[in-house]
Design a protein around this ligand. Sequence first.
Ligand code: C2E
Ligand code: C2E
Ligand code: C2E
Length: 89
Amino acid sequence: GGAAEPPPRLVLDLERLSTVPAEKAGPLARYAATIQSQRGDYNGRILSIRQDDLRTLAVIYDQSPSVLTEQLIAWGVLNAEARRAVSDD
Ligand code: C2E
Ligand code: C2E
Ligand code: C2E
């Protein structure tokens, strides 16, 4: 990637997340709810998360960050620009 490019924002769509079956979305939904609670950010329809959080979620889902990123984009819960956050792995 270009050295001058800022890292992409990672933005979760919480409304889409609520429509994903719980056996898939459960760990991510609990993680997002914890961040909301820690921030006191309860009413948002979307949630900006840290780059590090994507790596933590990959461990939770037992997948590589790039594979998890593709899954979350396919579910419609993560913005497609998030691909750039893991493209240098
Ligand atoms: P913390 O990491 O010690 O951050 C303390 C405060 O610094 C945060 O309070 C926030 O006001 C600010 N802050 C830290 N990093 C950032 C950042 O990248 N962007 C912005 N805009 N502000 C930042 P806040 O929001 O009340 O969060 C309290 C605690 O909740 C944080 O303490 C952290 O432990 C946890 N937390 C909140 N959001 C996240 C998150 O997205 N991921 C993770 N891993 N933890 C989070
Ligand atoms: P943006 O980053 O493009 O976010 C657009 C809108 O998405 C925000 O409008 C807010 O309604 C929603 N949004 C994004 N992330 C979150 C989130 O983690 N929680 C919730 N509840 N909503 C979220 P808003 O708040 O009027 O902010 C407008 C613009 O102001 C943002 O555009 C961003 O450029 C800037 N901004 C707001 N808060 C922060 C911040 O903590 N850090 C930085 N760097 N910029 C911020
Ligand atoms: P943002 O607020 O625009 O922050 C962009 C980047 O600036 C963050 O990327 C992080 O690398 C750096 N940064 C901003 N504030 C701090 C800080 O207080 N301490 C440190 N060590 N770095 C900081 P990152 O971590 O990937 O976070 C992406 C976005 O996630 C943030 O955009 C913000 O919208 C949200 N976020 C992350 N952590 C927190 C948090 O603790 N509280 C809140 N309210 N929002 C957070």
